[in-house]
Design a protein around this ligand. Structure first.
Ligand SMILES: Nc1ncnc2c1ncn2[C@@H]1O[C@H](COP(=O)(O)OP(=O)(O)OP(=O)(O)O)[C@@H](O)[C@H]1O
Length: 542
């Protein structure tokens, strides 16, 4: 009997038991009822196929099925990760030529940490485990806050997403992608320095929570609003870092699809970290592009009205862009300005779509607004879809207004072209060897001095973020009720298995032993740092 069948029959048995119980509670029902029950059972045996289950039963069965699948998938994954950690330790000990006694000590230490990790996984995190300091960002499905974990007084960024809004806007398909890529980027080799680290994810009845590292330098959109344009040197640095960041994401077999200045965060030292993987998709799957659905209503409407058209002079265009920028960033639809035409057109797309977005950001950094920006989303959409006609004129105008070097102009045009001829199609080396990047030390980029270094007064300094009003009193967190008390419905299915705990973060937060000290006891920063030591990784992952 397959699982579905079993679940169906289990639910049926349960239903029958409940009915029996109900009936036994009713007076004056004797032999006749028993006979009727027997008759029902026989009928079930014979006409099993015809039984109609209630919607609730089917939903509960489906949710249980998904839960069981998720449970085993995550169990096997964590066993594999545990194995990986052990192999990694053995390999490192070999490399360091440790004596047998030293090895035994290290093995025992790792065993202890594994036990602590297993114990710590049982601790339930809720929104109440964190104290809110301030809102630092808002998006279509929720908000991002600087928070303090009560247990250890450490600061994190907490992204809280509204489940109902995601269901309403048909975005549940993307719920897992953000959590998955963030979790996948933390492995035995440590955290990817280009990606915001995820420490925990959990949920309550109404919200999903991602607890990430707090990146205090704000986002690139805020910097662009502040500085209007960057020099070619600064642009070179940020574009080069963005290229490496995206390459590291592509190597994990993901496409970001939503690269824009709002999603490029600036860390404490001034380097880039990519965030917001809500639209990120697996390289293999190439699912229906949601952006195309979102902008579908603009399709086929190629007649842009006179009043919708963007002013032609640079300063007017500039003002118009500045006026709309933040509004667009917080709107439900978002801006298509940075999206590749093939993503908008549902043509099928691959990792090259991210290189298009890099070209748009590079143009914006040098010229002051993105190339296809317009008074209305509809006009922007139209311009991107017809980029072969619109782009040459846009580039001409930009050249007349801004002093673009031939290398910068050439690189922008190599990014903003058909996917097959787009720079990067044949590998990231193609981009790295473009003359615009002459002199860039790609291997040591994260160690070079960034153009802007955030000035921070304390770990809770949020001066690089906009001021956001609290919309209402933070809602009391709704704990997920235990399964025995709460019915699982189809509402829950997309969110099953969302919980994640980062090995090192859990150990630090709840472990009785400070494992970094234990690992550090034989000058093993390099050797053991890669079980999530960010410092040692920065060079290693380049
Ligand atoms: N880890 C972080 N550290 C500091 N700030 C962050 C962090 N994550 C997000 N932010 C801030 O919050 C803003 C919104 O975050 P994010 O883009 O992830 O939210 P979103 O709800 O997915 O938005 P969107 O609607 O654009 O998809 C970012 O532009 C950034 O300013």
């Amino acid at each position: 009997m397959n699982v579905e069948r079993k679940l169906e029959s289990l639910s049926l048995q349960q239903q029958q038991q409940e009915e029996q119980q109900d009936e036994s509670e009713q007076p004056n029902q004797g032999v006749e009822d028993e006979e009727e029950e027997e008759y029902d059972e026989e009928e079930y045996e014979e006409e099993e196929e015809d039984i109609n289950f209630s919607k609730e039963t089917l939903e509960a069965a489906m949710a249980t099925k998904v839960s069981i699948e998720q449970y085993y998938t995550s169990l096997f994954k964590s066993l594999k990760e545990r194995d990986d950690r052990r192999c990694f330790l053995e390999k490192k000990m070999e490399e360091l030529n440790l004596r047998e006694e030293q090895k035994s000590v290290k093995r025992r230490e790792l065993d202890k940490k594994e036990t602590e990790y297993i114990k710590s996984r049982r601790i339930r995190l809720t929104g109440h485990s964190f104290e809110s300091i301030r809102i630092i960002g808002r998006g279509a499905f929720g908000e991002v806050r600087l928070v303090k974990m009560k247990k250890n007084n450490k600061f994190f960024a907490m992204k809280k997403l509204d489940k109902s809004k995601m269901i309403e806007k048909h975005q549940t398909i993307h719920v897992r992608s953000e959590r998955d890529i963030l979790a996948d980027s933390n492995n035995i080799h440590g955290s990817n320095p280009w990606i915001v680290s995820l420490y925990y994810s959990f949920q309550d009845a109404n919200f999903l929570y991602l607890i990430m590292e707090y990146v205090p330098g704000g986002d690139m959109m805020t910097q662009l609003i502040k500085y209007d344009t960057f020099t070619e040197d600064a642009t070179r640095f940020y574009i080069a870092e963005t290229v490496l960041a995206l390459h590291s994401i592509h190597k994990l077999s993901y496409i970001h699809r939503d690269i824009k200045p709002d999603n490029l965060l600036i860390d404490q030292k001034g380097h880039i970290k990519v965030s917001d993987f809500g639209l990120c998709t697996g390289l293999q799957t190439n699912r229906v592009p949601t952006l195309a659905e979102i902008y579908k209503k603009y399709e086929g409407d190629n007649n842009i009205r006179e009043e919708d058209q963007t002013p032609q002079s640079r300063s007017a265009r500039f003002d118009s862009w500045k006026r709309q920028r933040r509004v667009l960033a917080y709107s439900n639809v978002g801006t298509p300005d940075y999206t590749a035409p093939e993503v908008l057109m549902k043509d099928g797309y691959s990792a090259e779509c991210d290189w298009w977005s890099v070209g748009v950001i590079m143009f914006e950094m040098l010229v002051g607004y993105p190339p296809f920006c317009s008074e209305s989303i509809r006009e922007t959409y139209h311009k991107i879809m017809n980029w072969k006609q619109t782009l040459p004129k846009i580039m001409e105008e930009a050249k007349a207004e801004v002093n673009l070097s031939p290398e910068a102009q050439d690189l922008i045009e190599r990014f903003l072209t058909d996917p097959m001829t787009r720079i990067g199609f044949n590998g990231v080396e193609e981009i790295q060897s473009h003359p615009f990047f002459k002199g860039v030390d790609w291997r040591r980029l994260r160690e070079t001095r960034p153009p802007i270094i955030p000035q921070l007064s304390s770990p809770t300094d949020t001066s690089n973020f906009d001021h956001y009003e609290e919309e209402q009193q933070p809602e009391p967190m709704q704990p997920v009720q235990s399964k025995s008390r709460r019915k699982i419905t189809s509402f829950d299915i997309p969110f099953i298995g969302y919980t994640y705990r980062n090995f090192d973060a859990m150990r630090d937060a709840f472990g009785s032993v400070n494992s970094r000290d234990a690992f550090g006891s034989i000058n093993s920063r390099e050797a053991f740092g890669s079980i999530n030591n960010r410092d040692s990784l920065q060079g290693a992952n380049m």
